[in-house]
Design a protein around this ligand. Structure first.
Ligand code: MEV
Length: 441
């Protein structure tokens, strides 16, 4: 029987591995072997990875791929993508190439405002709280000056502090709703430090204030934290071309293709079941670049999905239209990203990914990431409304199946050749593999 463990974090790495292997896996020797195989032989690098998180037992690799030929605002990029799903990098590359000959991607940053809130409960007259807030606002800023000094030198800082009355949603609930500019940093640490100081000052000033004389008047800070919902940290990416130039094969005309694309996007606009999958395809591109560049993909995911539901119904993040014979395909999404701080320079591969992207500012990275999302969606919807997704997907997935089966390099070559002209299904691959094996015997 497995019993709870005390002080797991204090064990050495080897002891942790031994414990997990013995208690939670069938073959502990094999477990230890797998774990060891994923260690980096470079001790310094391994130590760096060990120290990113707690209780590290080994490394978990994802492939890092490159999608070349992205023309963004007339500048060529090769985009690094960290992702495990086959087809995604191929689809991005295909979309990049398609738009390369049609003017490329045009992007713009609409705003870069980040958000953080001090959530508190206040019992008392609203007018008094409002007066108190106005009186102490200069003190709030004074007390955070030490924290904002460096950020201000870089052109950032606290943009505004607002008192928000949320008592209609929850009794006695108020916020200090704060906005920030964090330049090239994602800014989580900066924002949270500022918020915690604001909360401390707010509470201290409340306790010292002569405005609140009754013991019934109370203020309690609940929590101080940034918000990952950043609807005003917004970027737009767009592609467009004459409808007549939209088709690159003889199977479909530009008009037909445009019609199918617009219709598919409109379905995702009105139908949440479809919108979620449509947006998942967008996130295939976005997450892969966010991850490759050492940014927080969970924060980005949470913020983008909230944005997709901002009008009360979850909807498509992309738009497609035809106006005056011009096909337009665009996305606008909130993205809080950093190109300094966090993992960006600490993880050698994130650093390299940013170098490959020509050392972008956070604003530039927002644009590149938005393009990756738009390209991914274009490629996915294009396949869906023409050939269907499985044809391409299973071709790419073939290698995974062959690896699962333990096919040799020669067998892989023969089977890849065979499936150039046959439909890939899991069972068809197994049948062909077995046939090949038997013919070898
Ligand atoms: C698969 O990872 C993503 C798609 O389902 C996206 C879509 O349906 O638009 C193909």
């Amino acid at each position: 029987m497995i019993t709870p463990i005390e002080g797991f974090s204090k064990l050495t790495k080897d002891q942790k591995i031994e414990w997990i292997a013995k208690n939670y896996t069938v073959n502990s020797e094999e477990t230890i072997q797998i774990i060891n195989r994923y260690w980096n032989s470079d001790d310094t690098l391994q130590k760096l990875h060990d120290e990113f998180i707690e209780n590290t037992i080994t490394n978990y690799y994802l492939p890092l791929g490159i999608a070349p030929n992205f023309l963004i605002n007339n500048k060529l990029y090769a985009i690094p993508m960290a992702i495990e799903e086959s087809s995604v990098v191929a689809a991005a590359s295909k979309a990049a190439k398609f738009w390369l000959n049609r003017g490329g991607f045009k992007t713009s940053v609409i705003n870069t405002e980040k958000v953080g809130q001090v959530h508190f409960m206040y019992h008392g007259a609203i007018a008094k709280l409002e007066k108190f807030f106005l009186d102490i606002k200069p003190i709030l800023l004074e007390d955070t000056a030490i924290l904002t000094k460096n950020m201000e030198k870089r052109g950032g800082g606290i943009l505004a502090i607002e008192l928000r009355n949320k008592t209609k949603s929850l009794e006695d609930y108020y916020q200090l709703h704060c906005t920030f500019e964090t330049q090239d940093a994602m800014g989580a640490n900066f924002i949270n430090s500022c918020l915690e100081q604001l909360a401390t000052t707010f509470k201290r000033e409340f306790e010292n204030s002569s405005l609140f004389t009754s013991s019934q008047e109370q203020l309690e800070v609940v929590m101080s934290i940034l918000s990952n919902y950043v609807p005003n940290c917004l970027v737009k990416a767009e592609v467009s071309c004459p409808v007549s130039q939209l088709s690159d094969d003889k199977l479909i005309t530009g008009e037909e293709f445009a019609k199918k694309m617009v219709r598919a996007v409109n379905i995702a606009k009105v139908e949440p079941y479809r919108a979620v999958t449509h947006n998942k395809g967008i996130m295939n591109g976005i997450d892969a670049v966010v991850l490759a560049t050492g940014n927080d993909f969970r924060a980005v995911e949470a913020g983008i999905h909230a944005y997709a539901a901002k009008n009360g119904q979850y909807t498509s993040l992309t738009n497609a239209s035809v106006e005056n014979d011009i096909f337009k395909f665009s996305i606008d999404i909130p993205l809080a990203l950093g190109t300094v701080g966090g993992l960006t320079s600490l993880h050698p591969l994130s650093k390299l990914a940013l170098e490959i992207l020509q050392k972008p500012s956070a604003r530039e990275l927002m644009q590149i990431v938005a393009v990756a999302g738009l390209a991914q969606n274009f490629a996915a919807v294009r396949s869906l409304v023409t050939t269907g997704i499985q044809q391409g997907h299973m071709k790419m997935h073939l290698m995974n199946i062959l690896n699962q089966l333990g096919a040799s390099e020669t067998e892989k070559k023969a089977l890849i050749h065979h499936f150039k002209s046959h439909t890939v299904t899991h069972s068809a691959v197994i049948t062909e593999y077995e046939k090949l094996k038997n013919s070898d015997v």
